[in-house]
Design a protein. Structure first.
Ligand code: ADP
Length: 649
């Protein structure tokens, strides 16, 4: 895959550290040169020594201020002469410098005392004197002392701000943007470009309707003239809607791959930063780059991160709204036949701003939902083709056992099975590896090191057999595939796997009630055998309550409310949350109805198990002995120990 990360910013940006270092060295060098030019040693002498120097005609010039007198000696003087005038026994240290300095510009100084005759004395000896010490300013020192420190401070300040912004994963704008040569450029790596994705529609299985809708776009990208001639306009954008892992990104890549055009991929959340304006500038930059490389596909993942409905309430987010406005403007800004197609993906279409969905923007909505039985089988085949398979592999069976799985889950199952085959030292993946992988993906790996005490093992065994038996004793329930009490890493201490014989799209009231009763079978078995229930039933209770709530509030399956809807589903493609649409009072009544329904099913489960105690005890004993029993073995044991088997089973 030929993936190039967009790195415009880092290519253009000069290294500020180097610039700073150069300036710093320059300042240092200038000051150094200046200090050599003006190198002046200062030596303090007493006032009478000063007068001695004056008397000895050694002084050339004197500068006076209110507190001190600076004395420049005549240059022709020798070191010993000066020492002699000063009456020093040894040559003072400062005079050494006087001697060595090429300009001999050692300055002596002394404190100013109140001496009214000093001026006439200096005049008598023809010494030049001045009141103020003149500043030795030059163009160099002016630069060194004013301009360069100012520039340095300026740079350090902006460098500091920039560093903070970068650390926040942000870009900068405005003055700083101008300074750093990147006004409004995207943060590096905010989007990735693939010249050719290498993925085609063949790699996407089980999404035939979605592929059909996208094929036209591929054709347009390949032959834009055909459309232009007749005056047909292609939709500028299409919104891929579906649960996570259903292949939305894969489909978008396949469109680019089929058409052989570049693929710009970015994620909605990467646009939006803390700083207002950054996201908008990134959108602008992305579209500018894309326009230079037409035809191409822009793919925005998680569109809901920027495309949420705008509001003016307190909680509104300026940055997100500006980013969205910019996206809307950009989508309007390019020609329908300009060669850019914007694909976006979301799993929360209901939160998107209406403006995004109007014609001319994301006017096509393509549902990429969880695959059905045939879809799952073909996805398994696509991924199965990449591994070595034994001839016993039956993908239909795996597809039946993976109802509700997404394409990503199925890809994961095939990979887990291949890993398992390697671990077992096999050359090929066998059916058992795939079945084990299904369990690994949904329940976690086996956790053999978790040792349960004998009492807990018995509870788990009865609990699981309770589920299986209640399920098998009802005519509308799904057949049991496997029962196990080997703990799994995702927390299950045991589980019962039921696999439907065929894919079902509609479920009747009776079937849902049977499902509810089976879910409560585990707790019922604990009550029947041990007279109490344990925390192990928590997940069953949660699922049972959710199902009962849907039956009462959404499916119109309660006697009390009949066909009245009391709730709606939100986040259909995520958790499918049930949100009440009724009054609080009706809600409380619905709760009561749900409680009754659950209680009825619980009692029914207890009754079924009480009527089949011998089957419950015997199968639980076998499960404790073997840890895992298959569906067939379970049915054999059940037939042996039960008289009351529904004729349909
Ligand atoms: P989404 O964008 O919908 O969250 P992706 O497209 O990223 O999901 O899918 C993740 C992975 O799952 C893909 O790389 C692919 O391996 C697998 N996958 C998902 N759907 C399909 C499909 N329909 N056919 C083949 N593989 C799929």
């Amino acid at each position: 895959m030929n993936e190039q990360k967009n790195n415009l910013q880092s290519r253009k940006r000069p290294s500020w550290i180097v610039v700073l270092l150069v300036l710093f060295l320059l300042t240092f060098a200038l000051n150094f040169v200046q200090s050599i030019r003006n190198s002046t040693s200062q030596l303090q002498i007493s006032y009478d020594q000063f007068l001695d120097l004056v008397e000895a005609e050694a002084v050339e010039m004197v500068y006076m201020d209110d507190t001190q007198i600076q004395i420049s000696l005549k240059k022709e003087l020798g070191i010993d002469e000066v020492a002699k005038i000063l009456g020093a026994e040894e040559v003072p240290e400062g005079i050494q410098d006087f001697q060595n300095s090429p300009q001999k510009n050692v300055t002596f100084y002394t404190g100013r005392i109140d001496d009214p005759d000093i001026v006439s004395v200096l005049r008598d000896h023809d010494i030049t004197f001045a009141q103020e010490i003149p500043e030795q300013t030059s163009i160099f020192s002016a630069i060194a002392s004013w301009i360069i420190p100012f520039i340095l401070m300026y740079l350090v300040y902006f460098l500091f701000i920039r560093m903070i912004m970068n650390r926040m994963g942000s870009d900068t704008n405005g003055i700083l943007g101008g300074m750093t040569g990147g006004i409004g450029k995207s943060k590096a790596k905010v989007y990735s470009v693939e010249k050719s994705t290498g993925i085609t529609f063949k790699d996407v299985a089980g999404q035939d309707e979605a592929k059909e809708s996208l094929e036209e776009m591929v054709d347009y990208l390949k032959n834009p003239e055909k459309y232009r001639k007749i005056g047909a306009k292609q939709p500028k954008g299409a919104l891929l809607v579906g649960s996570p892992g259903t292949g939305k990104t894969l489909l978008a890549k396949a469109v680019a791959g089929e058409a052989g055009v570049p693929f710009y991929h970015l994620t909605g959340s990467e646009f939006v930063e803390m700083f207002v304006g950054v996201g908008a500038s990134r959108v602008r930059d992305l579209f500018q780059t894309a326009k230079k490389n037409t035809p191409c596909i822009i793919f925005i993942d998680e569109l809901d991160a920027i495309g949420k409905k705008r509001d003016t309430g307190l909680g509104s987010n300026d940055e997100r709204e500006q980013t969205l406005n910019q996206l809307l403007a950009e989508m309007d800004g390019f020609e329908a036949n300009g060669g850019i197609i914007v694909l976006a993906a979301t799993n929360r279409p209901e939160v998107l701003d209406q403006a995004l969905l109007r014609p001319g923007r994301f006017d096509r909505r393509i549902v990429v939902d969880k695959p059905d039985l045939m879809g799952r089988e073909s996805i398994l085949k696509v991924h199965g083709a990449k591994v070595s398979l034994s001839s016993d592999v039956d993908f239909h069976e795996i597809a039946l056992a993976t109802s509700g799985a997404s394409g990503a889950d199925l890809a994961n199952i095939v990979n887990e099975a291949a890993l398992l085959a390697v671990r077992m030292g096999r050359q090929f993946v066998i059916q058992a590896d795939l079945m084990e992988a299904v369990e690994t993906v949904f329940a976690g790996k086996e956790k053999k090191d978790r040792i349960l005490n004998p009492k807990e093992r018995r509870i788990v065994a009865y609990h699981e057999v309770g589920h299986a038996l209640v399920s098998a004793l009802q005519k509308n329930a799904q057949p049991v595939q496997k029962i196990t009490i080997v703990p799994r890493t995702m927390g299950a201490l045991g589980y019962t796997m039921s696999v439907p014989e065929e894919e079902r799209y509609l479920l009747t009231n009776d079937e849902l009630t049977a499902q509810l009763t089976s879910l409560l079978g585990g707790k019922a078995a604990e009550i029947v055998q041990f007279g109490t229930s344990t925390t192990g039933a928590a997940n069953d209770i949660e699922r049972a309550t959710e199902l009962a709530r849907k039956m009462v509030t959404q499916y119109g399956m309660s006697r009390r409310f009949g066909s009245m809807g009391l709730a709606s589903t939100q986040n259909q493609y995520l958790d499918g949350r049930n949100v009440p649409t009724c009054s609080d009072q009706t809600g409380a009544e619905a709760d009561e109805e749900i409680r009754k329904l659950i209680e009825e099913c619980q009692n029914r489960a207890i009754q079924l198990l009480n009527e089949n105690r011998s089957a419950l005890d015997n199968i639980a004993a076998r499960l404790l002995e073997k840890e895992t029993i298959s569906g067939e073995e379970f049915m054999e044991l059940m037939v042996c120990h039960t008289d009351d088997i529904p004729s349909e089973i």
